[in-house]
Ligand binder design. Structure first.
Ligand code: AMP
Length: 472
């Protein structure tokens, strides 16, 4: 099947041709005609399936078919993403696919100066790609007007909820025109009850599009577990990269400190490596990613949140140096390989401490991941499991519960449960932590004054309020 049959305009077909795409991916085949018909969509599509083009192409077509009135362009389509990287990536896709269309777009996210964004918004845009936090900053400063939005896209909605953006999303929805006149598209890799509730509230008789099945990993990704002792993981990783002559590998650690340390150690082993995580400035993250994409850096070591939204073509290897605390993150991580029909390998180095995490992942996948003991790296059976450390001053691991609070601008975040023994929280730089103490109170803030608040940095990640949003 070719793109010609989907009802896309000549300008879009030309842009698709420029990209060298010959046929639509399954999610594109299903989503494009439905979105072109103006319907709401609830799509279960993981990253790597071509979902961005799946919503961007028909969005561009619909906007260009009903040109805006005279005067300054107004924002007519809003795409919300959980992270800065994903926002940048989606923004680049809008530019790419819209290059022959008479539409203007921009991307806004935190961690960078707001004034150039204000200037760009002032000049007028049709399509705005944004992370929730910075968008609310603009809204409170009245530098963006969301009252004319015709199409709303929530991209990676599950991750937005995981990261505590639900209160922000609610505030943004309150700034949009009434639901009846708006087309809403919700994309999510997984469907929790929270996602279903959000979808019920937001979507108007949506078409359900599912490719591939949620909570499953793409079949084209070859998965393997290598049992290994914790203290030998680094040596094993260097060995695998060298022996396999891997040119480009994305490696996941659980913590920012762990990512830094591993990148340094790999450098000592003679492998060019860089770390990318929420404590790094946006400029450092962007340059590490560019170096990796450009082949200057062979190993990119990332934490879950920092890696979200990275689009790296044909990434052949993803390594779970440490298994994630939350099983859904495994699905997101390995979605970085085997992209858009390409084969990929997802390798997990699993020590005795992580057996429970592995069981949780396999329960989610509803399948066992094959174990292969590498010669010379058989785990020492005398080593007993220890609690997992989640950070430099890490607490013993228990699987964190999902956090439900977000940037607590209006003090309306979900109620903290003081009795909770451990909470998953997101600290000031947007990384998940487990907090070992009860959460006692929120910081109340007026909408719009978050930028001036001293308590942007939550105390050791224990507060539910987050200082700088990951998407920011
Ligand atoms: P996404 O799931 O939107 O992050 O897209 C994953 C990757 O697939 C991106 O690198 C796109 O450039 C690529 N892609 C999207 N659509 C197609 C297509 N129809 N054929 C080949 N590659 C595609």
């Amino acid at each position: 099947m070719s793109f010609d049959t989907l009802g896309l305009s000549a300008g879009l077909l030309r842009a698709i041709g420029d990209q060298g795409y010959t046929e639509p991916t399954p999610v594109q085949r299903k989503a494009i005609p439905v979105i072109l018909a103006g319907k709401d969509v609830l799509a279960g599509a993981q990253t790597g399936t071509g979902k961005t083009a799946g919503f961007t192409l028909p969005l561009l077509q619909r906007l260009s078919a009903s040109p805006a009135g005279k005067g300054r362009r107004r924002v007519r389509a809003l795409v919300l993403t959980p992270t800065r990287e994903l926002a940048a990536q989606v923004g680049a896709s809008v530019d790419t696919y819209g290059r022959h269309m008479p539409l203007q777009s921009t991307v806004i996210f935190g961690g960078v100066k707001i004034n150039p964004q204000i200037a760009r918004l002032r000049r007028g845009v049709d399509i705005l790609v944004a992370t929730p936090g910075r968008l609310l900053d603009h809204a409170s400063q009245k530098t963006v007007d969301l009252s004319q939005i015709e199409i709303l896209v929530l991209d990676e909605a599950d991750r937005m909820l995981d990261m505590g953006f639900l209160p922000d999303i609610r505030r943004i929805l309150a700034l949009l025109p009434a639901n009846g006149v708006r087309q809403n598209l919700l994309f999510s890799a997984t469907f929790s009850n929270e996602i279903k509730q959000l979808a019920d509230r937001l979507l108007n008789r949506p078409e359900l599009i599912e490719v591939p099945r949620c909570n499953t990993t793409a079949e084209r990704i070859v998965q393997v577990v290598h049992p290994v002792d914790k203290h030998r993981k680094r040596e094993m990783l260097s060995h695998m990269i060298g022996a396999g002559n891997w040119r480009q590998v994305l490696v996941f650690t659980r913590t920012k400190h762990g990512a830094n340390r591993l990148a340094e150690q790999l450098e000592q082993d003679g492998l060019s490596a860089a770390a990318i995580h929420g404590n790094k400035s946006q400029a450092a993250r962007t340059s590490a990613l560019a170096a990796f994409k450009g082949g200057k850096v062979r190993v990119l070591v990332a934490t879950d949140i920092a890696a979200r939204g990275l689009d790296i073509d044909q990434l052949p290897h993803v390594v779970n140096y440490e298994l994630p605390n939350v099983p859904e993150d495994y699905v997101h991580r390995i979605g970085r390989t085997g992209r858009a029909g390409k084969e990929g390998a997802a390798v997990s180095l699993v020590c005795v401490d992580e057996h429970r995490l592995l069981r949780d992942i396999e329960r989610l996948l509803k399948r066992e991941i094959p174990r292969v003991v590498l010669q010379g790296y058989a785990p020492d059976p005398a080593i007993k499991a220890e609690p997992i450390q989640n950070g430099r001053n890490g607490t013993g691991h228990t699987r964190p519960r999902k956090q439900t609070g977000g940037r607590n601008r209006g003090g309306t975040a979900a109620k903290a449960s003081p009795g909770a023994r451990r909470k998953s929280a997101v600290n000031g730089s947007g990384e998940k932590r487990t907090a070992s103490k009860p959460v006692h109170k929120h910081v109340r803030r007026k909408a719009g004054d978050s930028r001036k608040q001293p308590q942007r940095r939550s105390r050791s990640g224990q507060g539910r309020e987050r200082a700088v949003s990951p998407g920011g």
